[in-house]
Design a protein around this ligand. Structure first.
Ligand SMILES: [Zn+2]
Length: 633
């Protein structure tokens, strides 16, 4: 039995997760489910990266201990994975004892091997933000988050030497073409190594919410050895040698493209220093984009996957995420495209094929699967589709795998038009049985092959075809001929009801940069928040000092905002709605305590509020003139 160890990144529980996280995790889930159907021993790991200064501070602001704070967020994350039917085998939390032990052991080994030394981390410190910034992150010599003056400070730190491993890593990348995928990321990483690798600071003394380092407990492990090592902790490193030998190395680390470097350079070097084998594949998928900006909390365009599942159903959301974007490339998310995909692929193509097929079996075959006589037209189509689907899954091309399967669905629908079973029936043509069997068997095979991707539909298809318990099937059941003649059809409700355009949800303004949409989504869930939740938002009146286009983007403007005591740079997706110069002097509302995000290489320190009505977008402002920096409550 082969083993298949797949991981998602561990997520940072600083806020609720959004559709971008769902995208990565649903993809990992589909691959895990596929390998389980193949009969592999699958270990599917996800989890949370819980330490660090930001969590410590957010917890403090919420009046909680860091552990209490992360416990709350982790509960919402587990709930979300439940909603999306994520079949993880283990959920690792870096605050767990089992992980603390491993981080400390890793540190001990790296010290013992001479790869780690104690030195001084120099950087620029912003006192109000309690943040260190390397020289290169400063903006005009000022703090990139708040724009205030920074001071030069030194902090004692442990460092991991990367340079001694650069050549070995480079050779490994060149000799293992599958190690970093897709190829564009591989080339980026090779170029990065060629620039030279600086020693890596792996500890901090400026905060204490982390794993204390053995022998020098004023240091806590910094993210590199604290977070990346989760992948070996969960596999049994240091706790279960037999299991670790079986599971490690991981087969696939699935990561967003922004963290490929950590997984393809830093993590392998840590493993080389520990004398452990390297993961077989680091796959950097693209981003789901919205108005040219990555979907993320920092840019404000958060889409709640739970709301989408409630609105459109689990299978529709999973199908959309896995089908819409070529895995590895960037893709754009929009609610109309989700509705379109659901209606065209799932309701029209797949759902109609099932209802037409079962209706014809009832009318022309007494509700039973007939004994096929003669040649099958769809069998070669099905075999080709399955072959392509398998090839695509082997190279992690999830959307290609679905395209291949739906080629069979389309061919089956086309064969109904061409063969006209109703005419064959009227003429008492003996070919009728073969045509009907072809349709039913194509559907059965599609149902099995869809099991990695969809949760409810495959079982419904099986039940309507009278094919038995789909839970008992494996990938071998995609072979032609599995449907038993004589099985009784049980017609049921439409597999995917069409989403009607006049339904308010379908024609509603699509979720976008405007904060109003997520508020709307929350309201639609009939959820409420406490006043204290609202009070956590720091809303301020900000005056636009300048507004310039962002090079390379049609949608974004780079705004400089006056907040009275400070100036902020904010990147906003409003270029299609406002002319830059016309904004200067205007007062807008800024979410001032949003974590900074880098958008098109620009550090954006907050989000300005706007309302959207279909294609119209208008900025929020104040009624009358107030001092910049005035607070909104
Ligand atoms: Zn600052």
């Amino acid at each position: 039995m082969a083993k298949f160890y797949i991981t998602t990144p561990i997520y940072y529980p600083n806020a609720r997760l959004h559709i971008g996280h769902a995208y990565t995790t649903v993809a990992a889930d589909a691959l895990a489910r596929y390998h389980r159907l193949l009969g592999d021993e699958v270990f599917f790991l996800t989890g949370t990266d819980e330490h660090g200064q930001k969590i410590g501070r957010t917890a403090q602001e919420a009046g909680l201990s860091p552990q209490q704070y992360v416990d709350q967020i982790v509960a919402t994350i587990r709930e979300l994975w439940g909603t999306l039917a994520i079949s993880y085998d283990d959920f690792i939390r870096t605050s767990e004892d089992r992980h603390r032990t491993v981080v400390q052991e890793v540190f001990r080994q790296l010290v013992a091997s001479g790869d780690v030394y104690k030195g001084t981390y120099e950087g620029w410190y912003c006192t109000p933000d309690e943040s260190f910034w390397p020289e290169g992150r400063l903006v005009d010599g000022k703090c990139p988050v708040c724009g205030r003056a920074v001071e030069r400070v030194q902090e004692e730190s442990y460092f991991l030497k990367l340079a001694p491993y650069a050549e070995r890593l480079k050779r490994h990348i060149l000799e293992h073409p599958g190690f970093i995928q897709p190829e564009s990321r591989r080339n980026e990483m090779l170029a990065f190594i060629d620039q030279g690798l600086d020693d890596l600071s792996i500890s901090r003394t400026s905060f204490d919410w982390g794993v204390p380092l053995p022998g020098d407990e004023k240091h806590v492990a910094y993210v590199w050895i604290d977070a990346l090592t989760n992948y070996i902790t969960a596999a049994g490193f240091g706790s279960d040698a037999e299991r670790f030998a079986r599971l490690w190395p991981a087969d696939v680390h699935l990561v967003g493209k922004e963290i490929v470097r950590f997984h393809a350079i830093i993590w392998p070097i840590i493993l080389l220093a520990l004398k452990l084998p390297l993961p077989k594949t680091v796959f950097g998928h693209g981003w789901l984009l919205l108005d040219d900006a990555k979907i993320g909390k920092s840019t404000g365009n958060v889409i709640d996957p739970t709301t989408l599942v409630e609105r459109y159903g689990l299978d529709a959301v999973r199908y959309y995420l896995l089908r819409e974007v070529a895995f590895g490339s960037d893709g754009s998310y929009s609610e109309p495209s989700l509705v379109l995909r659901t209606n065209v692929d799932l309701a029209n193509d797949l759902g109609n094929l099932l209802s037409r097929t079962t209706a014809m079996l009832e009318r022309f075959s007494a509700g039973k699967v007939p004994v096929p006589v003669g040649t099958s037209n769809l069998r070669p189509v099905a075999e080709a589709a399955i072959y392509e689907c398998e090839q695509a899954l082997a190279s992690l091309s999830l959307s290609d795998a679905l395209v291949a399967l739906f080629r069979l669905v389309k061919a089956a629908n086309k064969s109904i038009e061409e063969e006209a079973p109703w005419t064959l029936h009227r003429n008492q043509d003996p070919r009728l049985a073969a045509v009907l069997y072809d349709l039913a068997e194509s559907l059965r095979i599609t149902a099995v092959a869809l099991r990695p991707f969809l949760i409810d539909a495959p079982a419904k298809i099986y039940a309507q075809l009278g094919a038995g318990d789909i839970g008992a099937t494996s990938w071998q059941d995609v072979a032609w001929g599995g449907l038993k003649p004589g099985a009784t059809i049980q017609r049921g409700a439409p597999l995917f009801p069409r989403i009607e355009a006049e339904e308010p949800t379908a024609s509603a303004p699509r979720p976008a940069v405007a904060a109003t949409t997520s508020a709307k989504a929350t309201a639609e869930k009939a959820g409420t928040i406490e006043l204290a939740d609202f009070k956590r938002l720091e809303l301020k009146v900000a005056r636009v000092v300048s507004a310039e286009p962002v090079e390379g983007s049609r949608k974004l403007l780079k705004l400089t905002l006056d907040l009275g005591a400070e100036q902020r740079t904010v990147v906003s997706g409003i270029a299609g709605h406002y002319d830059g110069p016309a904004l200067v002097g205007k007062d807008v509302i800024l979410v001032a305590n949003l974590a900074p995000a880098t958008i098109f290489g620009i550090e954006s320190g907050g989000m300005i509020l706007a309302a959207r009505d279909r294609d119209q977008l208008r900025l929020l402002t104040v009624d009358g003139s107030l001092q910049p920096g005035s607070s909104v409550s």
